[in-house]
Design a protein around this ligand. Structure first.
Ligand code: ADP
Ligand code: MG
Length: 151
């Protein structure tokens, strides 16, 4: 388990870029944290590092947005409004498409997540408006190696 603090949006983007530098096909990143904690900012940083030029917005109403034009395809999900319709998503398919899956509010679909994944919990600190604590838990050897390499 790794714990690090970013002091502003830019540092969160840099953290995402560092993790992106060790990306691999079928990687799954699970983001937990309250509204406004920085899940989408993290995803933006990751997407831009992948070479995706489109604007990344939270796919709350679409649930899944696909960005096929980066070094690896990115599947960005926000499952906040999914409300139990997990089966309709064909979620499992996305874990094996050879791209990177990033899931906002992943704790809401905990039982559907793959066994191996990078779990990231983001906490907002009360005392400093722009500080965020990232608690990063690699589950599985590939994710452990990734963290050892970049964190
Ligand atoms: P979420 O997707 O978790 O709801 P967003 O990423 O959309 O949150 O929004 C995070 C907000 O917090 C942005 O307005 C961003 O500028 C701000 N912010 C302030 N400090 C940070 C930080 N350290 N890391 C990420 N975002 C930050
Ligand atoms: Mg969001």
């Amino acid at each position: 388990m790794y714990k690090l603090t970013t002091r502003n949006e830019k540092e969160t983007i840099e953290l995402a870029q560092n993790i992106e530098s060790e990306k691999f096909p079928n990687m799954v990143i699970c983001l937990e944290g309250d509204l406004g904690s920085g899940k989408t900012i993290f995803t933006k940083g990751f997407a831009h590092a992948l070479g995706i030029e489109e604007d990344i917005t939270s796919p709350t109403f679409n649930i899944i947005k696909e960005y096929p034009n980066g070094e690896l395809p990115l599947y960005h999900m926000d499952v906040y409004r999914l409300e139990g319709r997990v089966d309709e998503l064909g979620l499992d398919e996305y874990f094996h498409k050879g791209g990177v899956v990033i899931i906002e509010w992943s704790d809401m679909i905990q039982e559907y997540l793959p066994d191996e994944r990078l779990e990231i919990k983001i906490k907002v600190l009360d005392d400093a408006e722009d500080a965020r604590v990232f608690i990063i838990n690699p589950i599985g050897r590939q994710y452990e190696e990734l963290c050892e390499a970049v964190l």
